[in-house]
Design a protein around this ligand. Structure first.
Ligand code: MN
Length: 732
């Protein structure tokens, strides 16, 4: 092809644009063509033709789809930034930022597609492509680009043809289907098949050729009969018949294990009319003329397909005994069936002349939302997710696709692969370049984690960098587990020195009846756990020692009082003066009494409470709804032990309390609950689960709150987690 031919071909294109898109700015389109022409210069395609024929052909396809001026310009320039001297800035300066972004988008899509993908990864990859194309026109231009490349693959190497064909079959054809671009989908499928299974393709092609004369006669007859009948009853229609496309026949032969001659419904006819009412009328006449095959009628007008496809489908059988499918639709439906979202793009732009993308997507969204089909719901959800991505899709060096929350960093990525990778991470590369740990990953990035066995493990700062709860939890776990020994040693050291400073000795505090209950109240199993908490910074040694000191003082006092209180002659209630609150509790008539909170019902400030004088450890505080309270308050020998207590000033103290959360089990449930609690900035002390029957599960948590009010609002929040059906407080 000479340059003269190229110019001629461009002039043809311009003529077509003037016809189909009279408001398009031809000057602008022409200068895009001139830029591409100059930029690609002497570059040649594999078949020896000037390179410019490729962008030109892509633009032709875009014009045929009916896309807008910007799309045509972007199609003409689509290989410029990648393959020529022209830069993003050049395109932005000459044609505006939008066009530069679209061209850049098309270029980027090329970089992420990788034919070695496994089937399981395909869906993610397709999603990623859609997500990356913030502007849906990027996808359409990519389709046009791919279609032309597939049409002109003859001169490529065998290996390249197969790779491209596989990619097309696995990625581009399904996307075309999703976006309703049937015509492109078919052509992509047939072209892919040609290179993936040349023998199978040729077999069908030859078989069809052999039957061609016979087929043509059949098609002509049916077409004539239908046209004639519809004319008689005064319906204006366009009828045409065709043999189904090769890949659909191939798939039928393969899935039904049949030979070409055994495939009956090779033919499809289309009747296109002016309005919906006529569609149903035509259906009636068709069923009068030919015998419908039961179970083959589908009303995609009443219930459109998720990709917006609408038509009536019926399969009938004529006097020749050959079944054939008839699709009945209006012209508008026809255009949608051929070009999918592209058709609506044009329609929308034509009606309102809006160029605002948000508006356009919103419109597509509304369209999809209005469809009641559950598939449509799915499609809408996917599309929405794609367009307003809260996910980012990246590659491992092996080209596996990983999905991470938007904003994810290499650390999130590392932990998503394996905790060991995260724990041993010493650096990261994105697209081959070393990046800082807080680098935010973008769709399509190839991420490589550098690990070393000499790594000292994660840094505490990482907790502020990661965005996935998976990474955060794994890092926390590491700090808790891997370094426990070290934490205990560190913790003990600072505890001991703090103890010394306060003038106490270990012997003072390590009496079992003092130490054990206190540890329990502080939610530690053993003294080592306490040391570990101090060691990893979860507790300050100073605070712990202060508390020990205070408790010790009270313990001593209580021990003195205990005898007096249990002596009926002396009596323990004097009801004369207000007492000072201990841990927020005012024990009527008693000062500085040892107070502990019952584990059976874990009261918090605001609860209705009663106090029980224990044998040996001051007053135990129960809720009045506690079973232990209700069981014993009327028993003769126990009732005297119950005394009135009330809430005083709690000084901002925290109170551990336990909940049972009953749920329908699902993946991520516990994580979600923990996340909600974390979001409320409430300290979660313990979480455990027990499966009950039939997919139900109880999650037991212990949290620390300041008040009943805070507890109730936490309960409300947790109730909103999907799957949670009921929340109970422990009541003995
Ligand atoms: Mn290209």
């Amino acid at each position: 092809m000479t340059m003269e031919d190229v110019r001629k071909r461009y002039d043809e294109l311009e003529k077509k644009i003037k016809e189909t898109n009279p408001t398009a700015n031809i000057e602008r389109i022409r200068s895009a063509f001139e830029l591409a022409l100059t930029a690609h210069g002497d570059q040649k395609r594999k078949d020896g033709s000037p390179y410019i024929t490729h962008p030109l052909a892509a633009a032709e396809i875009i014009v045929e789809m009916g896309l807008d001026e910007d799309s045509i310009i972007a199609a003409l320039l689509h290989d410029c930034i990648e393959d020529t001297e022209v830069t993003h800035e050049d395109v932005a300066r000459l044609f505006g930022n939008k066009i530069a972004e679209i061209v850049e988008g098309v270029t980027k899509l090329d970089l992420v597609v990788n034919a070695t993908q496994e089937e399981a990864q395909m869906e993610n990859l397709r999603k990623m492509l859609l997500a990356m194309a913030k502007d849906i026109r990027v996808i359409m231009i990519k389709m046009a680009d791919r279609l032309h490349n597939m049409r002109t693959m003859t001169y490529q190497s065998e290996a390249k043809r197969r790779t491209k064909a596989l990619e097309t079959m696995q990625i581009y054809a399904p996307i075309a289907h999703r976006l309703g671009m049937q015509r492109i989908k078919w052509e992509l499928e047939d072209l892919s098949l040609l290179y993936l299974d040349p023998v199978g393709y040729k077999e069908i092609e030859d078989g069809l050729k052999k039957k061609q004369e016979e087929s043509q006669k059949f098609v002509d007859t049916i077409q004539e009969n239908i046209t004639k009948r519809l004319n008689e009853v005064g319906i204006k229609s366009t009828v045409y018949g065709r043999v189904k496309h090769i890949y659909s026949i191939y798939r039928k032969m393969y899935t039904q294990n049949k030979l070409l001659d055994e495939i009956m419904d090779l033919f499809a006819f289309r009747v296109i009319v002016d309005d919906i009412a006529e569609c149903y009328n035509v259906l009636g006449y068709i069923h009068e003329m030919y015998k419908p095959i039961p179970g083959h009628f589908k009303d995609y007008i009443g219930t459109p397909k998720p990709n917006m496809y609408q038509s009536l489908h019926t399969t009938v059988i004529g006097s020749e005994g050959i079944p054939f499918e008839v699709q009945i639709r209006t012209w508008e439906m026809h255009h949608t069936a051929e070009y999918g979202i592209a058709a609506h793009w044009k329609y929308k732009a034509g009606i309102q002349g809006k160029t605002d993308d948000e508006e356009k997507f919103a419109w597509i969204r509304r369209l999809l939302e209005s469809q009641q089909d559950s598939d449509a719901q799915d499609f809408f959800r996917t599309l929405k997710m794609d367009m307003f991505a809260d996910e980012v899709f990246v590659f491992t060096p092996n080209a596996d696709v990983r999905s991470l929350p938007a904003g994810a960093t290499p650390i999130d990525f590392a932990y998503s692969i394996h905790s060991e990778i995260g724990n041993k991470m010493t650096g990261a590369k994105v697209n081959g370049r070393i990046v800082p740990f807080n680098h935010v990953l973008q769709n399509g990035d190839i991420v490589e984690i550098i690990t070393s066995n000499a790594s000292k493990g994660p840094s505490r700062d990482w907790l502020n960098i990661v965005v996935s709860s998976e990474a955060r939890n794994k890092i926390r776990q590491w700090f808790k587990k891997e370094r426990k020994e070290e934490n205990i040693a560190h913790g003990k050291l600072s505890f001991d020195s703090e103890l010394k400073r306060s003038g106490l000795t270990l012997a003072d505090i390590s009496k079992d009846e003092f130490m054990q209950p206190l540890l329990k109240r502080m939610n530690y199993q053993t003294i080592d756990d306490l040391y570990a908490a101090i060691g990893y910074g979860g507790m300050s040694a100073h605070k712990v020692v202060t508390r020990f000191k205070e408790e010790l003082r009270q313990y001593a006092k209580a021990a003195q009082k205990e005898n007096a209180k249990l002596n009926p002659q002396v009596g323990f209630v004097s009801k004369t003066k207000a007492s000072k609150p201990i841990h927020g509790i005012v024990v009527e008539g008693v000062d500085n009494c040892l107070v502990k909170f019952a584990k059976c019902c874990t009261p918090v400030p605001g609860d209705d409470i009663a106090g029980f004088i224990t044998r040996g450890y001051g007053v135990s505080i129960h809720r009045k709804s506690c079973k232990n309270y209700n069981k014993t308050r009327d028993e003769n020998n126990e009732s005297v032990r119950w005394i009135n207590v009330s809430w005083g000033d709690t000084n901002g103290e925290l109170y551990p309390t336990s909940l049972e959360i009953m749920c329908r089990d699902r993946d991520g449930l516990v994580m979600d609950i923990a996340t909600v609690i974390n979001g409320l900035k409430i300290k979660l002390d313990a979480i455990s689960t027990r499966s009950t029957n039939e997919g139900r599960i109880s999650v037991y948590i212990t949290i620390q709150v300041h008040s009943l009010e805070e507890l109730n609002s936490a309960i409300n929040k947790i109730m909103s987690v999907r799957g949670v059906s009921e929340i109970k407080r422990n009541e003995g």
